[in-house]
Design a binder for this molecule. Sequence first.
Ligand SMILES: Cc1cc2nc3c(=O)[nH]c(=O)nc-3n(C[C@H](O)[C@H](O)[C@H](O)COP(=O)(O)OP(=O)(O)OC[C@H]3O[C@@H](n4cnc5c(N)ncnc54)[C@H](O)[C@@H]3O)c2cc1C
Length: 393
Amino acid sequence: MPMALVSSDSATDGRSTQVPAAWRALRIAVIGAGLSGLAAARMLADQQHQVSLFEKSRGCGGRAATRRAAHPSGQPSEQALRFDHGAQYFTARDPGFQRRVQSWAERGLVAPWGGRIGAFDGTEFTPAAQETTRWVGVPGMSALGRELAAGLNLRLETRVMPPRWCRGRWQLSDEAGTDLGRFDRVVVSAPAPQSAELLMDAPRLAAQAACVDYRPCWTLMLGFDTPVPLAFDGVFVNQTQGPLRWVARDSSKPGRARPARDAAVAGNAAVAGNAAVAGNAARGEPDCWVLHAEPGWTRKHLNDPREQVEAALLEAFAALVELAGGSLPRINWRQSHSWLYSLVETPLEEGCLWDPALGIGACGDWCNGARIEGAWLSGEAIASRLLAAVASA
Ligand SMILES: Cc1cc2nc3c(=O)[nH]c(=O)nc-3n(C[C@H](O)[C@H](O)[C@H](O)COP(=O)(O)OP(=O)(O)OC[C@H]3O[C@@H](n4cnc5c(N)ncnc54)[C@H](O)[C@@H]3O)c2cc1C
């Protein structure tokens, strides 16, 4: 196994990372298995370091998430419903990230979403410009995180407490006080407010993380008996008033279960030019939609009873469909979710944060660009910083 010399970064406040006498692989903890943490963990593990990836949830991918639900028919033989209730799709503008996405596409992990996207300004619907490819995970957004974690030393359902600096290394434990080990380097990849807490023993980085705000987002997931009669699969709602910001037909994304059998609706969809609905209407699956609330509205209603929020979002969606000349079909499944952290308000644009003296750093969408592409590149950036520090030692 190729060995690395542990960094002898100079101390800035009397503390410095321990310098072992011999070459060896570093023990590195990555906290958080969202896409930034996965990017960092993969890159560091590829260099033969001993990487431990800790994630508090039951699965990987973080906010690139998919909610699965049993089919409303109750038949175990039926395909489960899937809703991308967090990130809806992602774009790739950086050439390096474009190559990465292409390799994921070749492995079948992602595919372009060819859905018809529109905008609604309160009075009329207009098709949105297709500036760039909209990529989605297949068969759901979370598939990407799951596949990228394969082969990594991953501990799920492990909420890491703030790492403690202890005799030149980082001591990690979980919330039950279980010892998770001592590490030469730590990468924190949680959303900024959570990172600020985790970086307690690296106050300079904690202070930077504490400055970053997120938009909250109430989300409503809906399954309909028959396709919703909208000629669009995704609509940016740009009304000055009202709770909705975005609505999307998840069933129109590649690899998803397709909408229910309804010849009339299929015919109408074909007339309206919606090939995704028309072409798949004979398959007999619910038409799955995800509704995202407007951030200001969410802030105001964050602590409202769930039923009240669901009713308001549903009413706004029904009104939208009526303005398009239709009416909502029967709902056969619904669930809501409130995201405290959805999109970053103002990212730091630092790429990543790294304290060379302490051997700890942070990455994530809040360091770089606010979205999936930025999160991934931030994970790669911190791995590069860490590896460069090791190489130059
Ligand atoms: C509603 C919504 C809509 C969005 N829409 C889009 C979109 O259309 N396009 C787009 O590109 N992006 C979108 N985003 C943003 C995108 O999802 C994020 O930018 C990206 O997924 C962030 O990745 P990350 O790795 O930085 O953070 P995360 O995905 O948040 O990953 C951080 C991980 O750290 C874990 N964690 C936190 N604390 C601990 C701890 N103490 N111990 C262990 N684990 C911990 C969390 O459970 C999580 O899995 C959206 C997000 C939301 C919520």
